[in-house]
Ligand binder design. Structure first.
Ligand SMILES: Nc1ncnc2c1ncn2[C@@H]1O[C@H](COP(=O)(O)OP(=O)(O)OP(=O)(O)O)[C@@H](O)[C@H]1O
Ligand SMILES: [Mg+2]
Length: 322
């Protein structure tokens, strides 16, 4: 049972990170604690105060629950993604690895009690449009955590010269507020804007790695890149898991299209379609499916055919080779 001191600490933390729902949850815990002590009137008063305060909070604040404050606000955006593991089309092996990461996070308290840390530093690498950013969203959704995306572009341009100190602010956030922290296009960190200032680029990357090393196991830090080759080999060792994404094979390609079309794709001859998916990424396949669906709907029909899909797949391939 948490004591008063711990409750106050939790209240202050939740206030600091702008997490109203956590703030109220802690207040309700205090009410329950008081009730158990026989302080019914006090418990009722706390509950009423929470309810009144919740009602007084405008609805729009729902989406701002975990809105970062202060310096963090400029550097980090927050989302509560709705995309689940089912939506992600990946190889069986990748799915197992993701399940494993989720399981370790879900049971992290039991693992930590015995001195084992759950996987919490993950590098995602692979070609564009194969699901790296989506994976970060899936992890957040499956663990019911907010997804914080670090604006590396802002970090590198606006705060040039103070990048390392701003990284500290971000990693303070990682420690204070449980969430999935995505460093998208992470290779930008090692490629400093000022171009030939190799020393500065190194320093930034090194400070990232030091912060990464010291980051606690409650939050998940995800770094994503599609430039494996430019990354230092030694860097891979700093992550607990490195997941490699690839373009889909025809079976997975069809799965991506089917998922996007839903009932519009009921009568499609999928075997025919699978011969035309070429080297398209998951993201391109989604776009091809969407364009086929739209032309069908605009013709006043409700069923996409293999021919519709083949036309849009070929158009997409032509566009991606431009
Ligand atoms: N593996 C996948 N399964 C299902 N849909 C996918 C998959 N990968 C990508 N998509 C679709 O393509 C969109 C873009 O993918 P995403 O942003 O995750 O790609 P990425 O690997 O991060 O690419 P980039 O390297 O360009 O950032 C997703 O929102 C989703 O609609
Ligand atoms: Mg991405």
């Amino acid at each position: 049972m948490a004591g008063l001191g711990e409750h106050v600490t939790a209240l202050v933390r939740s206030h600091g990170s702008g997490d109203d729902s956590l703030f109220y949850a802690v207040a309700m815990q205090i009410a329950a604690h008081e009730a158990r002590q026989g302080h019914r009137l006090l418990a009722d008063d706390i509950k009423k105060a929470v309810e009144a305060s919740r009602e007084a909070t405008p609805r729009r604040n729902v989406t701002k629950l975990a809105q970062p404050r202060g310096d963090l606000a400029e550097l980090v955006t927050v989302d509560h993604p709705e995309v689940s593991l089912r939506d992600l089309v990946v190889t069986d092996e990748m799915e197992e690895r993701l399940e494993q990461i989720l399981a370790e996070q879900r049971q992290r308290k039991a693992l930590l009690k015995h001195g084992f840390a759950p996987v919490h530093r993950i590098l995602l690498e692979g070609p564009p449009g194969t699901g790296k950013t989506m994976t970060a969203a899936v992890l957040a959704h499956e663990l019911a955590l907010p997804l914080f995306t670090i604006r590396l572009d802002v970090l590198m341009s606006k705060f040039m010269g103070e990048t390392a100190s701003k990284l500290r602010v971000v990693f303070d956030g990682v420690a204070d507020r449980r969430g999935v922290y995505l460093f998208d296009e992470f290779d930008a960190l090692g490629a400093h804007r000022s171009g030939n200032d190799v020393g500065e680029a190194r320093r930034i990357l090194n400070s990232f790695l030091v912060f990464l090393e010291n980051s606690g196991p409650d939050s998940i830090v995800v770094a994503a890149t599609n430039h494996r080759r430019i990354l230092d080999k030694a860097l891979f060792r700093r992550f607990d898991a490195v997941l490699t994404y690839a373009l889909p094979d025809p079976v997975h390609a069809v799965a991506v299209i089917r998922r996007r079309l839903g009932s519009l794709g009921k009568g499609v001859r999928w075997l025919t379609v699978s011969k035309h998916t070429g080297q398209l990424s998951h993201a391109d396949l989604v776009k091809a499916a969407e364009s086929a669906a739209k032309s069908v709907l605009m013709r006043g029909e409700t069923q996409v055919t293999a021919e519709d899909l083949i036309v849009s797949l070929h158009a997409r391939q032509a566009a991606s080779f431009d």
